[in-house]
Write a protein that binds this ligand. Structure first.
Ligand code: B12
Length: 211
């Protein structure tokens, strides 16, 4: 499989080609992670074309639908074959951010790794996260966001957990385009990740702490 073709099909919004490539990946039974990475690179190009004025919001919406459709094809391979549940966690896109493609990929990977994921959706208010942590006795919270301002919402969420006296009993991992080591420190999270695999590995380690 030529992953450059996948990247280009995503960037050029070529639906038929992209879906054909996904089916090829599934038939070959390998390269699923590489295909996801290639689509993500294509998405970065979509973002760059949006910034330069070549693409419009309608193209972003279409790109989002395309990637979601492509992910539906890959999902069975991402879901893995883990039997027993290794832990429960909250996953959501933070307040004021409506992007959920990355979150849904992370969800598929976590579920495949055996986690029960309480997916609180997009634009998630701090209070809803705090309430769910309390009500469901949750020890791992995974926050997603791709807008720069998502970092403020992540900080507000972590501050909210601290104000509710829950910070010491909850580990927080953040992810998404604006997230970095520095951002992790600034918002007060315990860990950050770009790759869904690192997310899964980190959450597995944390689940053992609270088992
Ligand atoms: C598709 C898209 C949309 C779609 C979203 C559809 C959907 N259902 O999600 C729609 C059209 C709705 C949209 C809307 C907007 N968008 Co938009 N969008 C994008 C685009 C093209 C792709 C985002 C994406 O899905 N990437 C692919 C996924 C797989 O990557 P990811 O999210 O980073 O996730 C991966 C990792 O980060 C990680 N990860 C993700 N979450 C988590 C969580 C945890 C815990 C962990 C550990 C890891 C992790 O794992 C994932 C898989 O590897 C980006 C451009 C870009 N380069 O990203 C712009 C972009 C994010 N959008 C942008 C903008 C400006 C907007 C709008 C304001 C546009 C407008 N004028 O209305 C609105 C904002 C609405 C809002 N309030 O949120 C800007 C953000 C600028 C900024 N720095 O803040 C970008 C960067 C485009 C640009 N270059 O200008 N958008």
């Amino acid at each position: 499989m030529n992953y450059e073709d996948i990247k280009n099909a995503m960037a050029d919004l070529e639906e038929d080609d992209l879906l054909d490539y996904m089916n090829e990946v599934m038939e070959s039974g390998e390269g699923v992670n590489e295909a996801v990475n290639a689509m993500q690179e294509g998405m970065s190009e979509v973002g760059a074309r949006f910034e330069s004025g070549e693409y419009f919001v309608g193209d972003l919406i279409y790109a989002g639908e395309l990637m979601a459709g492509a992910m539906d094809i890959l999902k069975p391979a991402l879901a893995g074959d883990s039997g027993s549940k290794v832990g429960r966690l909250i996953l959501c896109t933070v307040k004021d951010d409506l992007h959920d493609i990355g979150k849904n990929i992370v969800r598929a990977m976590l579920e495949g790794a055996g986690f029960e994921v309480l997916d609180l959706g997009i634009d998630t208010p701090v209070e809803k996260i705090v309430e769910t942590v309390k009500a469901e006795n949750i020890h791992i919270v995974a926050l997603s966001g791709v807008l720069t301002l998502a970092l403020d919402s992540m900080k507000a969420t972590i501050d909210g957990l601290a104000e509710a006296g829950l910070r010491d009993s909850v580990k927080v991992i953040i992810g998404g385009a604006p997230v970095s080591e520095e951002a992790c420190k600034n918002v007060g999270a315990d860990e950050w990740a770009y790759s869904p695999q690192k997310t899964v590995d980190t959450c597995r380690e944390w689940a053992k702490l609270f088992a």
